[in-house]
Design a protein around this ligand. Structure first.
Ligand code: BT5
Length: 327
């Protein structure tokens, strides 16, 4: 459905300076006048400013910042990641849509990417929610089928954090830190969160869905998270390009993924360690789902688990969890 609306928006964008007759748009898209009007309304609801009506013709007021596949495709430098692309103006959650796609038996190619302008039920980890303001953020999910046991799945969330870190730094020159396991921080505040969901047999991952939410152009965040969250725009004082960051991210992630398939986790582990101030010497308290572990971080093990030296000198290796406190 949204694919046709993308086509409509793209043709309005190609005719920015003139009003395009509703008659012609409906004919080109092969839909009735009433469907056209409904789609125009849907675009307006999504924040796209369109002037006019069916009989006068429609014209865009300004170039909208929408993640149109027609704009993304020419910028993609990947082989497979993002080549199959779904784009929504509004969806409940890109991760939820991805699992519906996989579960309903559709043949979903590896590396499929789902993008949304806004989410009505963006998900965080452990049942928490993700604030997903329209147009301001990047909300994406990737469908992957790595040939690994479930125990190695957390490596791909580390890889996502590294890829997003590199994409943001390259594109915006903003300093980004990675908080274990996979939040991105700017000036100590969260700018990006990652949610990996896995469908697996006991010894093999069937499908891995990795979602990432990045605050890009929010001018402010809701009061309940404003103290611990920020956006790239707030941090840099400039509007940033979601499109360019996305293209960089997909290229970076595909590079890490391919390297993993060829040579194992070492590059992901090495890059994560280089870019995270949490890798070494941080006092930290973690809930790994079973118990609380407090101690000082001592790097990642070769499979990506965080090594934490506890007070009694014992080193515990933690694959995933929630950081409760850190210094
Ligand atoms: C995460 O969870 O950080 C994972 C967030 C993943 C979101 C993406 S968006 C695309 C894809 N589709 C989805 O439905 N989800 C993924 P967690 O570590 O549990 O952090 C959640 C907590 O971060 C919340 O409880 C808030 O305190 C805070 N938070 C919520 N929205 C935020 C935002 N926009 N920016 C910064 N912090 C936020």
């Amino acid at each position: 459905m949204d694919r046709k609306i993308d086509e409509l928006l793209f043709s309005l964008m190609q005719n920015m300076t003139i009003a395009v007759s509703g008659e012609k748009l409906a004919r080109d898209l092969g839909v009735s006048h009433s469907t056209l009007v409904r789609w125009i309304d849907k675009l307006r609801e999504a924040g796209v400013e369109i002037r006019g009506e069916l009989f006068t013709g429609f014209r865009l007021v300004r170039l909208p910042d929408v993640m149109l596949p027609q704009l993304i495709r020419p910028r993609l430098r990947t082989q497979t990641l993002g080549r199959n692309l779904y784009h929504f103006y509004k969806v409940d959650s890109t991760n939820a849509f991805a699992s519906r796609l996989v579960n309903h038996g559709h043949k979903v190619p590896d590396g499929t990417v789902i993008l949304a302008e806004s989410q009505s039920a963006g998900r965080g980890r452990l049942g928490r929610s993700w604030h997903s303001e329209p147009e301001a953020g990047l909300y994406l999910s990737m469908i992957l089928r790595p040939k690994v046991p479930p125990s190695l799945a957390p490596l791909f969330t580390l890889a996502t954090a590294v890829a997003m870190h590199n994409a943001i730094e390259r594109d915006t020159r903003i300093d980004v830190d990675i908080k274990w396991p996979n939040d991105l921080l700017v000036g100590g505040k969260k700018v990006c969160g990652i949610l990996a969901e896995i469908q697996a047999e006991v010894d093999m991952v069937r499908t891995l869905i990795i979602g990432a939410g990045l605050n890009v152009n929010h001018s402010k965040l809701p009061d309940d998270i404003a103290g611990r969250a920020t956006s790239l725009r707030i941090a840099s004082g400039r509007i940033q390009s979601r499109l360019e960051i996305l293209a960089e991210f997909l290229e970076e992630f595909e590079g890490l993924y391919r390297q993993f398939e060829k040579a194992g986790p070492s590059l992901i582990v090495e890059q994560w360690t280089t870019h995270s101030s949490f890798a070494n010497g941080r006092a930290i308290e973690i809930n790994d789902g079973v118990r609380h572990i407090s101690g000082v971080t001592r790097g990642l093990n070769p499979l990506g688990a965080l090594r934490v030296e506890e007070k009694n000198g014992r080193v515990t290796e933690v694959y995933s969890g929630d950081v409760l406190r850190w210094e």
